[in-house]
Structures are given as C-alpha cells and as structure tokens.
Design a protein around this ligand. Structure first.
Ligand code: ATP
Ligand code: TPS
Ligand code: MG
Ligand code: MG
Ligand code: MG
Length: 304
C-alpha cells in the first residue's frame, strides 16, 4: 500500500484533536509535542553508513519535527533491534553524542532481537514543549511561503555516499542533518503554518497547501542553491528540480503574512512562494510557468 493511502485509513482512528488529523508533523497535546520517526537500513541510510551517524540521524530527524512546531525538546524514547555487537556499541556512542549535542535526555525505550539477515530498523519518539505549535493546516490565502535552511545538499550527499566523488560538507548534510531547533522557535510566532522538509521541498510545500485547503506556487529560481551544491550538481533548472524533490533536507518551510517579512528575512529565511485560493502546486522558473514533475518527493510504499 502507498504511504498516503495507509495514513488515510489511519485518519478514521485518529479523531483526537491532539492528532491534528494526522496532517501535521507531530501530535500536539496541550503544550506537549510528540513525534515518532523510524529509520530503515537501505531505505533511510546505506548499510555501510557509520553506526554513529545513523544514531545521529535518528535523533536529528525527530528533533526536526519538534523544530517545525517551535518546540523545546524534553526527551526521547528509543526502539532498537540488536544486531552485530560492534555496530550496536557504536550506535550507542553516536546516540550519546547526539543527545549531548542537542541537550536531550534519553527517557526510555525498548530493545528487541531481529531475525538473522533482516535489515536493521529503529524508531525514536521525541517529546517537546511549545507554547505556539504552528499547524500545517493554518496557511491563509495571500500568505508567502518562506524557507529556512538548505535544500538539495542531502540528496547530493546520498550520491556521494553511494560513491560519486564530492565534498565532505554535502556528505555530512546526508549523514548528519541538523535540526533547526532555535530557528524553529524564532520562526514559530510568525508562522500561520510550518513543517520541516523531510520528503522534499515540493511535496512538503504541497502538503501544507493541501492541509490548509489552498494552492501554492513556488518560484524554483528563488530557492537558494549553495556554491558547493552548484559546483557538485549544477544550478540549471533540472538540477534545481532534483534538489527540490530529493528530500532529507530537514529545512523548515512556513506560511506567513506580508507583515512578518522583515522579521523572517532578518532570521535568514527566504521567500520562495505564495499561497492562494485553489488547490495543488504550481512552479515558476524565471517568471514563466513550469510544469511540476510527476514525482514531487519521497513517498514510501509497497508495490505488493
Ligand atoms: N503508522 C502511523 N500511525 C499513526 N500515525 C501515523 C503513522 N504514520 C504516519 N502517521 C501520522 O501521519 C502524519 C504525517 O506523517 P509523516 O510521517 O508524513 O510526517 P513527518 O514525520 O513530518 O514526515 P517524515 O516522516 O517524512 O519526516 C503525522 O501526523 C504522523 O503522526
Ligand atoms: C539509502 C537511501 N536511499 C534513499 C534515501 C532518500 N529517502 C529515504 S526516506 C526519505 C524521506 C524521509 O524519510 P521518512 O519519510 O521516512 O521520514 C528520503 C528522502 C535515503 N535517505 N537513503
Ligand atoms: Mg516533519
Ligand atoms: Mg514521519
Ligand atoms: Mg516522509
């Protein structure tokens, strides 16, 4: 089943308001923010990626959902399958470093065994607290779409991890994403809606629009492209489209009113699009309409 179809089935079960219609990055129960993301070997990371980096990534992708809700992390719970002893020990070392770096306590979890030869997978629940947790459903017609953080670097890093020669900084974007926690808290008071970019800039922007009952237009040429990414992947239209659909970015996107523009620009966010009445995603490139690609980003699913 496709991921979206499965979540659609779950929505019937998730009627509690804290579930936010399963249309947000996290559940919000009073001022508590709760999220859970998993990593699967071969799907989210490569089998020969360092165990320390896998632990980092597991923490970072969950804290990124807290960042998108403007939350301060309170703690995490780990679900972990035992495998090769050396790998497991390095994972714990990496986890220790990530938790220390983000000043988050490990509160608990569960440890299991896996059938021999099965790929590793692990889950983490992260809890945070936020006074203002912007919902993906809150964008308003006329709001601008803003981006904070880099797009496309992790996608380039995946190619490098697979063996294409390229700079360490891009590889690090893939293996050691940085959740934008402080930035998320600074952006949240301005955001009518906010999300992190995990599946891709285009698909996650389209999800804010869909959750808010709006259309969104993105100026692809307004999406920043770092010199390192341009040198590695090029900066032409097709490479910018690849960057905008690669995912794994853990940047933040938000909908905000014009009045917030100076504050958002001062925080380093970049205006890349606009919400309007209607539905769907439209793209522009150098002032002209550009047909969106068939694939807007990463979607899990099984062909079975
Ligand atoms: N197996 C599941 N059980 C309950 N809720 C789920 C399940 N899978 C997804 N959801 C919910 O669906 C919504 C969307 O989840 P999704 O994973 O797309 O968001 P995300 O975690 O921000 O993105 P990503 O996983 O790409 O980082 C969230 O409310 C999430 O809690
Ligand atoms: C080996 C390997 N191949 C492909 C990718 C790309 N990828 C996998 S899952 C995902 C979306 C985020 O995950 P989720 O939606 O589960 O949070 C992305 C962009 C990767 N990271 N590693
Ligand atoms: Mg998210
Ligand atoms: Mg998720
Ligand atoms: Mg996803």
């Amino acid at each position: 089943m496709a991921e979206a179809d499965f979540i659609t089935r779950l929505r019937r079960l998730a009627t509690h308001p804290a579930a936010r219609g399963l249309a947000d990055d996290a559940a919000v129960l009073g001022d508590l923010v709760l999220t859970h993301d998993m990593l699967v070997e071969g799907v989210h990371y490569l089998p020969d990626d360092p165990a320390e980096d896998v632990a980092w990534k597991l923490v970072a992708v969950n804290l990124s959902d807290l960042a998108a809700k403007g939350a301060v992390p309170l703690g995490v719970l780990l679900g972990y399958p035992l495998g090769e002893a050396g790998w497991d020990a390095r994972f714990v070392d990496g986890l220790e470093r990530a938790l220390a770096r983000f000043e988050v306590p490990l509160l608990g979890g569960d440890t299991v065994s896996m059938p021999r030869g099965a790929p590793r997978m692990m889950g983490l629940t992260a809890l945070g607290r936020s006074d203002i947790a912007p919902d993906r459903r809150g964008a308003r017609a006329g709001d601008d779409l803003w981006l904070a953080g880099a797009i496309g670097e992790a996608g380039a890093g995946l190619a490098i991890a697979r063996g294409v020669p390229g700079p360490a900084a891009l590889l690090a974007a893939y293996r050691r994403p940085q959740p934008l926690l402080a930035l998320g808290r600074a952006l949240a008071p301005h955001a009518h809606a906010m999300a992190d970019v995990s599946d891709g800039l285009l698909i996650d922007s389209a999800r804010i629009a869909a959750a808010s009952g709006l259309a969104v237009t993105i100026a692809l040429d307004a999406v920043p492209c770092s010199p390192a990414l341009a040198a590695f992947a090029g900066a032409d239209r097709d490479s910018r489209l690849r960057a905008a659909t690669a995912g794994d970015d853990y940047a933040l996107i938000l909908a905000a009113a014009e009045a917030s523009a100076p504050a958002l620009a001062a925080l380093g966010a970049v205006r890349i699009g606009r919400f309007a009445a209607g539905e769907g995603l439209a793209l522009r490139w150098r002032g002209a309409a550009l047909a969106p690609p068939d694939r807007l980003g990463w979607e899990h699913g099984s062909a079975l």
